[in-house]
Design a binder for this molecule. Structure first.
Ligand code: TPP
Length: 610
């Protein structure tokens, strides 16, 4: 295997999860430029891609900017990989809807990771629908090998048909491992200069009309490709039953009905109509088994091919062996419903803020002032749940501030505190324009920016306020204070959320302020750059009255010990390994019953290690 740039040889058969396979496929295709905004289940792709030799990779503040940056690199002639989760695609649709008219200068592959079952998302939209809407061909791998191969093929395909190409994967593809046969790394395709071509790249109406025609003509060519591509596998066996399927669902249905005829679709749009027609001509009955929307089912029906699908299989959530088995049974194709997966059910564990999470202190304060809290997306959304219960909404990234503006302008109760709470990464992603609106409309509200210096929820990625990017270079660290005052906010306060009383006071001050105010609640994430774990705290049975104040802060390091006070109240205890020494429990303890081990040693005259 030849390896450019003197890098070590890589093994050519390896167990990889889908996101790794996509990153490798892109590098093998000679992709030079990777750009993304993190989002589960897509995040690892760029984190892996950036480790390869001779590539450039960066995070952008949001998905729209990521696509625009990717287009910029592409216009100079570089092959570009741009990744995001499904809801990120909504944010990025504006440039993409027009990029599809202009076409590409070099291969451009957009990876969109859908999350059927909503393991870590606020909805479960099906990106195949948006691919069709954008007129962008979409690939849908069923395992890691296909994730690798389809990505690799997508770059040349993108150039041949002059179109961005979407790779749509799902959580089970992104995060499940399978054996992948790797190939050679090609020399990265890196452009150097944009070539002026205003009829292609200045999309004002006159030029755009011609490009729309180009896009429609391209669709016909793509359809022809789809009808002939071996990645849309037609396998004619049984004459009784034919199955159209794709993605992870294809694995389940093939296991349950090995003798059926199949059209296993790798490119759902343009849908390979002629292959589907051949299947229908060969078989008495055709079923479509697909996750989420009846996308291929409708494509087949529009083409006049008689199929059935969603009347047997759920439209919501993930499919698995059990749901597909049940559907096939309902359709009369399996005699009995297969016994449910024999695995032990996993005990449900509600998500909680980590021990030592810096977001906890501000929520304790928000609960105290009983504010209406418009929430946003990040670790801090978890405070909607007991015991903190102080987030009341969550729609999409950036929504908190706009929601609070609307409420502030609409509600007729000046005594009521309206607070939008938003993370630092989310603020950079899409909070800025909301805050601008708050200032421009002089809305009576407070924005709390919970600044832990990192994008914690997706695993600790950098953002413009981190002063670093993926490639590790230190860039300018954008101070949130500067952005906030630059947007015209007059009342700005910064607090350390480990100091509860001060945070509460400052919050009270902020909400009293007429017009928009901002409180930056700052403290680095307890897990970043590595989990802090200093000087654990203990609860002493003797002074503890069992009041439960420490339990109500929702720290997973604190639990009921099983011991009781003389008055029969439960005495809590702290798990030393989990405690990070944030001191919030100590600050709310009214009995002076909580001490650090160092404090106790000191008071008993023992030596304390520095
Ligand atoms: C449009 C969109 N892109 C990406 C995501 C994935 N995501 C969820 S929360 C989040 C950011 C969290 O970072 P931050 O706002 O700093 O809060 P933290 O988790 O650090 O508390 C991201 C990227 C998403 N839900 N929606």
């Amino acid at each position: 295997m030849s390896v450019p740039n003197g890098q070590k040889e890589k093994p050519n058969k390896i167990l990889q999860f889908g996101n790794e396979a996509i990153a490798h496929g892109a590098r093998e295709a000679g992709c030079y430029f990777g750009v993304a905004y993190p989002g589960t289940p897509s995040t690892e792709i760029l984190q892996i891609f950036h480790t390869f030799p001779s590539v450039m990779a960066k995070w952008s503040p949001n998905e729209k900017v990521a696509v625009e940056v990717g287009i910029g690199a592409n216009l100079t002639g570089s092959r570009v990989l741009c990744t995001m989760k499904h809801v990120g695609l909504n944010v990025a649709m504006d440039p993409l809807m027009t990029f599809t008219y202009t076409g590409v200068v070099a291969g451009f592959v957009l990876v969109v990771a859908d999350d059927p079952g909503m393991h870590s998302s606020q909805n479960e939209q099906d990106s195949r629908m948006l691919a069709k809407f954008m007129k962008v061909p979409v690939l849908d791998p069923a395992n890691s090998q296909e994730a690798h191969d389809f990505t690799k093929m997508a770059f040349e395909f993108s150039e041949k048909y002059n179109t961005p190409v979407m790779m749509r994967e799902t959580t089970r593809i992104a995060h499940a491992r399978g054996i992948v046969q790797l190939g050679e790394w090609a020399e990265p395709v890196r452009g150097d200069n944009m070539k002026r071509d205003i009829q292609r790249f200045v999309m004002m109406p006159n030029f755009a009309r011609a490009r729309h025609t180009f896009a429609e003509e391209r669709t016909l060519k793509l359809l022809d490709f789809s009808n002939n591509w071996e990645g849309n596998e037609l396998n004619l066996q049984s004459k009784k039953i034919g199955i159209i399927t794709a993605g992870v669902a294809s694995n389940y249905v093939r296991e349950l009905l090995p003798d059926a005829s199949y059209l296993k679709v790798g490119m759902p749009w343009p849908f390979p109509v002629e292959k589907a027609r051949k299947l229908a001509e060969h078989c008495e009955r055709v079923l479509v088994v697909e996750e989420l929307e009846p996308f291929m089912e409708e494509e087949a029906l529009i083409a006049g091919i008689k199929v059935q699908g969603k009347e047997f299989f759920p439209r919501e959530g993930e499919l698995d062996l059990d749901t597909v088995g049940e559907g096939l049974h309902k359709a009369g194709l399996l005699d009995a419903v297969p016994p449910p997966n024999a695995n032990e059910p996993v005990l449900a564990r509600p998500p909680v803020l980590c021990a030592g999470c810096p977001h906890r202190g501000i929520y304790m304060a928000l609960k105290k002032i009983n504010a209406d809290v418009y929430g946003d997306i990040g670790c801090y959304t978890l405070a909607a749940l007991p015991p903190l219960e102080s987030v009341h909404t969550c729609f999409c990234m950036g929504a908190s501030i706009g929601n609070a503006v609307g409420a502030a302008l609409n509600e007729n109760n000046p005594k009521h505190h309206r607070v939008a709470i938003i993370g630092d990464s989310t603020f950079f992603h899409s909070g800025l324009t909301g805050l601008l609106d708050a200032v421009a409309s002089n809305a009576n509200m407070t924005v709390v920016i919970v600044d832990n210096s990192i994008t914690a929820m997706t695993g600790g990625q950098q953002h413009p306020g981190s002063g670093k990017d993926l490639m590790g270079e230190i860039g300018p660290k954008i101070p949130i204070e500067d952005v906030v005052t630059g947007l015209g906010v007059k009342h700005l306060i910064v607090t350390d959320t480990y100091e509860y009383d001060k945070t509460l006071e400052l919050l009270k001050e902020a909400v009293k302020h007429e017009g928009p105010s901002v409180l930056i609640a700052r403290r680095p994430c307890a897990l970043f750059p590595k989990k802090i774990g200093i000087d654990p705290y203990v609860i002493l049975d003797d002074p503890c009255s069992g009041c439960g104040n420490c339990l109500r802060i929702g720290c997973p390091a604190i639990s009921i010990s099983g011991r009781k006070t003389d008055r029969g109240m439960h005495i809590p205890e702290i798990t030393a390994d989990a405690c990070t020494g944030c001191t919030l429990c100590q600050q709310v303890c009214k009995d002076d019953a909580i001490f650090s081990i160092a404090e106790m040693k000191k008071s008993s005259g023992e030596e304390v290690e520095a």
